[in-house]
Structures are given as C-alpha cells and as structure tokens.
Design a binder for this molecule. Sequence first.
Ligand code: ATP
Length: 327
Amino acid sequence: MMKKEIEKIGVFTSGGDAPGMNAAVRAVVRTTLYHGKEVHGIKRGYRGMVEGEIEKMGPRSVSNIIQSGGTILKTARSEAFLTKEGRRKAYQSLMSHAIDALAAIGGDGTFRGAVEFFDEFGVPVVGIPSTIDNDIYGTDFTIGFDTAVNTALQSVDRIRDTAQSHDRVFLIEVMGRQAGFIGLAVGVSGGAEHILIPETKSDLDALCEEARSWARRQKGSRIVIVSEGDELGNAAEIGKKIAERTGIDYRVCVLGHTQRGGSPTARDRILASLLGKAAVEALLDGETNVMVGEVNGEVVRTPLRETWEKKKPIDDRLVQLREILSR
Ligand code: ATP
C-alpha cells in the first residue's frame, strides 16, 4: 500500500451508464468534502479527462440527483485514452487542476484503463463497480444491476398477460452480451418457463421439446428469457429456429435500452452510497488500484486487476430453481 496525502479527488463515470451512478457521484463528492478535501468532476469519462472537461464540485453540485438515472457527469467511450499520447494529455489535464487521485465509476474496461494509467503516471485510483451487467468479480452486485432487473421484470409481467391470453410463446431478450446475471435474475423472478444464458449450455432440441410440451400440458403463458449473448443466437434467431422445427407460433420482444434507464431502486442507491463513501476512504487511506465492493454484506477492497482476471460465477441455486419451479 502506498501512502500519499490526497488533497483533491477527481470523480468520473465511464463506459455504459447504469442507474445509481448519480448516487455514487453524490457519495464521492459529499464524503470527500466531509473529510475536508476538494473534489472535481470530470465529464464524459476518459474523453473529458483527455480534453480537460473538469469542474470543481461542491455539496450543492450533487443536490437532487440521488433519484435520477443516467449520470450528471455524462459518460463516454474514449479511443484517445487507449493511446499513450491520449493518456499523457489526460495526465496533463489532471495536473493542471492539481488532481492527485481518482474515483472511477464504471465497469471492467474503465478499470483496465485506470490500471494502465496508474502504471504510467502514478495517479492513485479506486474503482466503484457500476454496470447493469453485474459481471465484475469482487462485489456480489454492481450498481445498476438491481434496477435493470426490476425494470425488465415489469415488462416481463406485462408481456405475460398478453402471452397468457393468446397461449403464445414469447421470447424476451434482455441485456448481457457476456454474462447472464440479468437473464437469470429476471427469468427466476418472472417465473419464466425457460432461461437461456451464456454460462449454461443451451440445447435447441431440448428447448423445442419443452415448447411442444407446454401446449400438451396446457401451460398458458410461455416465456423464454434470452440473454443477448446466448450461444444459440438472439431472441429473433432462436424464435425462428423453434418455429422451423415445431411450427409453434411465437413473438419476440427485445427490452434493449429500457433496462438502462429509470430511477434507481433503493438497493442500488444504498449500494452506491456505501461504495462511494468507501472509495474515498480507501483513497485517503493511501490505497490505489483497488475496487471497493460488497461481498456477503461487508465492504471489501479487491485489487483492480482481479476484477477482470477472475470470473464471478452465476448463482447455481438460481439455475436449479428454474429447473424445479418452471413445471
Ligand atoms: P460497461 O461494462 O458498462 O461497458 P466499461 O467500463 O467496461 O463499462 P468500456 O467501454 O469497456 O466500458 O471502457 C470504458 C473506457 O475505458 C474505454 O472507452 C477506454 O477509453 C477505456 N479503456 C478500456 N480498456 C482500456 C485499456 N486496456 N487501456 C486504456 N484504456 C482503456
């Protein structure tokens, strides 16, 4: 652990936006001020760092945002920051504001950039996991996941009404290119008949057989939750394959970016508040290159590198639940 007196923290949101990012920004700003230090907001993630979009923040800068989705600091992906020249510009911007530490709110790409930046320029950084996908090792839940699941669930409940009325198979596609955390949580909580996620083997023959049996067993609504990263394809492709083999009528609904927006749930606001505070305290303790997360109800610090090198497993209990409860 390296010790360095921190006076001015820069906070930014980066990568995909997630509900609760604002609550995390608020927690970082107010905790930093509470400890008598200064805090600056960096706009548009690494892009704003490279381009020098940096502003001092006060307690009122974060008034009335805990309930808002999106991020007041904006977010972006930055090609320039992938280059050494871009990162040098980012360092110069930080130095021109005398920023001596960073609180990085985002996903694994954001953390990879932060480690690279620290290795080159030595600016201490602590990560705060915020992505709807929940695919980050070192925290049971990422900020935004709970809201995204609840938002998707509302849609699933509505679709079930129409599916039930028509005795129709519905394939509902949820976000998660590499990870099935959203798919599994939405599937189990929405009582889905089948859940297709990248982490488990998807079997088209078995799915078709199951689809035939829904009709035989007079199941009303027939909901299949599809994570966009499933190996059988997206919801439209899978629906077509089922229809070709079984002749079963189906509809597809892609929930898409609706899952990203909206007011964060209480769980996400609390998690964001806890982790925002913990990140500032870690920086003031002289920590760097760690992510703060919550594991089994405790706030823990995990080396940033582990957050993408180690893979967080999906909850096997939920996989089993799906098999038992979807009869
Ligand atoms: P999400 O999981 O929601 O997509 P993320 O933080 O993983 O969020 P990315 O788009 O992967 O989002 O990364 C955000 C930004 O981090 C990139 O646009 C890029 O500027 C920077 N970045 C990512 N990987 C690296 C790297 N290896 N070196 C330097 N910068 C990086």
